[in-house]
Design a protein around this ligand. Structure first.
Ligand code: SAH
Length: 251
């Protein structure tokens, strides 16, 4: 009998934002691949399942392990925070499947969408993503920095609202300042910027700052944060970040 591999997005970090389909996929799986702490935090009791814990940087290795498990006839869930298809495990898993010459049928592969960080951040901020927007990861672990700069420039010039993933780590402290500088070439310093740290987790913090002040270390931007840069129409009303639905006059 051929196995099954689920690619599961767990949502931002609390059980309430885990979809019923994601919970069902996890319950259907004898084995789980992902960060143990995170799985237990959102999915509740998984003591019946074998958990293959993951360290940062082990993505391809863990993807290969999951594919092996599925080819051996078992059912396995590979879990990511947010959505597995957005800077998550879907890429490494499909990469491994491609390398193995997967026939598209066995093992069965099913992706279960999850609430991504940009959606959680937007919900907590107001309605920042109401016009065209994009997501840009500032991590240059897998993408050359020059490529990221080109995308930042294009997003800034195109007046896209931009959701920045992986905005700053201990090693990567300059990238957000560089992103700020690029956006300031196209937008006023007063442009609202939403900063959401640990959305829907106990440590949650939501701040609205502006582009000019985005370099303030007191904002606490780190790898658990999503930064949403408004476009030239975005404004703040009663502590909410609002991008109007169309390019009408500002309030
Ligand atoms: N697959 C995930 C993204 C993984 S990349 C998703 O779809 O959301 C990791 C980055 O996601 C973090 O550096 C941060 O920018 C963002 N992120 C993930 N969970 C978050 C949360 N609960 N609150 C704020 N940002 C989050």
């Amino acid at each position: 009998m051929s196995g099954k591999l689920y690619l599961v997005g767990l949502g931002p970090g609390d059980a309430a934002h885990l979809t019923p389909a994601a919970a069902a996929a996890i319950a259907d799986s004898g084995q789980l691949v992902g960060y143990r702490f995170y799985i237990e935090q959102v999915a509740g009791d998984v003591s019946d399942q074998v958990i293959h814990a993951m360290e940062l940087g082990q993505e391809l290795e863990r993807a290969a392990l999951a594919v092996d498990i599925a080819y051996a006839g078992h059912t396995v869930s590979v879990v990511s925070s947010g959505d597995a298809g957005i800077y998550g495990m879907a890429g490494p898993v499909f990469r491994v499947l491609t390398d193995r010459g997967w026939d598209g049928i066995a093992p069965a592969v099913e992706t279960v969408p999850g609430v991504s960080a940009l959606q959680s951040a937007a919900a907590l901020l107001g309605s920042p993503l109401m016009q065209d927007f994009c997501a840009i990861s500032l991590s240059d672990l897998l993408t050359p920095w020059e490529q990221i700069v080109r995308r930042l420039q294009a997003a800034a010039a195109g007046d896209f609202v931009a959701a920045l993933y992986n905005p700053r780590s201990r090693r990567r402290i300059r990238h957000l300042d560089e992103a700020r500088r690029i956006f300031l070439e196209h937008r006023p310093a007063s442009t609202p910027v939403g900063i959401v740290r640990h959305a829907y987790r106990p440590e949650q913090a939501v701040t609205i700052a502006d582009l000019g002040g985005l370099d303030d270390p007191a904002l606490g931007v780190d790898m658990f944060t999503t930064v949403v840069i408004g476009n030239t129409n975005t404004y703040v009303h009663q502590g909410r970040m609002v991008t109007p639905r169309g390019y009408e006059a500002k309030q």
